[in-house]
Design a protein around this ligand. Structure first.
Ligand code: FAD
Length: 393
């Protein structure tokens, strides 16, 4: 993205860049996770989280009173731009820091903030998110996992199944949505609990993704315990908390995604030109589809810029997050498919740079699913235009 940041943000950028230059290990720059085992990827992501914290650069959006950097939008953009420029790995707790922490800060007790936020930021404790279930993905209000309150023991006992729980096999804690009111339906009677993963009644079964790694899991819960003091907000507040938590996901990830799309799109053009030169084909013949990717990446950047501008004015974003998620995810997938198509048979070999593009192509399939599927985004946009939504499956 190329909009002008304030002089303060540019000064901040230089300080952060100096630190990254000194502290980000060279082997973690342009980090190629497809060449590592998932265990190693997780180790690196955890170590990187610890390093950021030790250097005083963790929690960019957190208030300084909780150990964060308290950055405004301009500085936050510079921060993300530098991380993307260096190709740094994503810290292990990025989701918890960006999604759960704001929820605990807004709705949690002081005791919960003091007990859970510092070890999350320092990466002493790893988190996973237990929202989706076999019959409750897009339709999260259909969730069935339940928790019975046992006031004498001061605990909730959780039973049910979660699905697609990313990195649950490495997590110490899970923030989980459960029904705490018997016979409650849809958006009512849901609560958010914080639950330890290393206890009887929690079974994690890894699932292999299309990209080959064991990055998400099934989670089976049979009487697992969450303490009363780990209920966020009041019983039955779960839907409100989940909506708030997920709105953070949509907003904060778009800057990073827009920047990565632009970067990968220009790397892709470069790799394709080299590929054509090696084969004595006319360099400069870039398929229309790649020109389209360039346009898509610019459109996503412009939409992200608009969201940042509105946020800084304190204005509502309306359906912009849905529009930009849709344009980004579908444009990104189109770009990866056309690039692989242009590589031809070479694209299938396990040599650089083709192996990296294969990995991006496979991982990129998830982009139109997580954070709200394309159909769901279209329904949101349709509703805002007064149009009917498409029928569910
Ligand atoms: C890489 C990855 C990581 C994830 N990590 C986590 C995690 O850590 N924790 C967690 O809780 N979840 C996680 N998820 C789950 C994710 O939130 C769900 O996959 C997503 O919400 C979609 O739900 P689903 O897979 O059950 O699909 P479904 O909701 O069953 O949808 C199936 C299909 O039907 C369509 N459809 C559904 N409803 C409608 C409708 N009303 N109108 C039109 N079409 C419709 C969908 O668009 C989709 O094409 C992850 C997913 C992925 C891909």
């Amino acid at each position: 993205m190329d909009f002008t940041l304030s002089p303060t943000a540019e000064a901040f950028r230089l300080r952060f860049r100096d630190w990254l230059e000194l502290s980000l290990p060279p082997e973690w720059r342009s980090y190629a996770m497809h060449r590592e085992s998932f265990d190693e990827v997780v180790r690196v992501r955890r170590e990187w989280g610890k390093l950021l914290h030790a250097g005083g650069w963790a929690g960019p959006s957190w208030p300084t009173s909780h150990g964060g950097l308290g950055l405004g939008i301009d500085e936050m953009t510079a921060y993300t731009e530098e991380l993307v420029r260096y190709g740094a790995p994503e810290p292990m707790n990025a989701n918890a820091i960006g999604i759960l922490a704001p929820t605990i800060l807004k709705f949690g007790t002081v005791e919960q903030q003091q007990r859970h936020l510092p070890p999350m930021l320092s990466h002493q404790v790893s988190w996973c998110q237990g929202f989706s279930e076999p019959e409750a993905g897009s339709d999260l209000a259909g969730l069935a996992a339940r928790a019975e309150h046992d006031p004498e023991a001061g605990v909730y006992r959780i039973t049910g199944q979660k699905l697609w729980t990313s990195r649950a096999q490495y997590a110490d804690w899970c923030y989980i949505l459960v029904r705490t009111e018997a016979d409650s339906r849809r958006h009512t009677g849901i609560s958010m609990l914080l639950m330890r993963m290393d206890q009887p009644g929690v079974e994690v079964r890894p699932l292999r993704s299309i990209a080959g790694s064991l990055e998400f899991n099934e989670l089976f819960l049979d009487g697992a315990i969450a303490e009363e003091r780990d209920l966020i907000g009041n019983p039955g507040d779960g839907w409100k908390l989940a909506t708030f938590a997920l709105s953070n996901e949509r907003g904060t990830r778009m800057v990073e995604r827009a920047l990565k799309f632009q970067k990968e799109q220009s790397t892709g053009q470069h790799d394709l030109l080299q590929h054509l030169e090696k084969r004595d084909q006319r360099p400069g013949v870039v398929p229309d589809a790649l020109a389209q990717a360039h346009i898509d990446a610019r459109v996503v950047a412009a939409m992200t810029h608009r969201m940042l501008a509105l946020t800084s004015e304190g204005a509502e974003l309306g359906v912009l997050p849905s529009m930009s998620k849709l344009v980004w995810s579908e444009g990104y997938q189109r770009f990866l498919s056309s690039l692989m198509h242009a590589f031809g048979a070479d694209g299938l070999t396990q040599t650089p740079p083709y192996d990296a593009w294969q990995d991006r192509l496979l991982r990129g399939r998830a982009a139109t699913i997580y954070g709200g599927t394309s159909e769901v985004q279209r329904n949101i946009i349709a509703k805002s235009l007064g149009l009917p939504s498409s029928a569910a499956r």
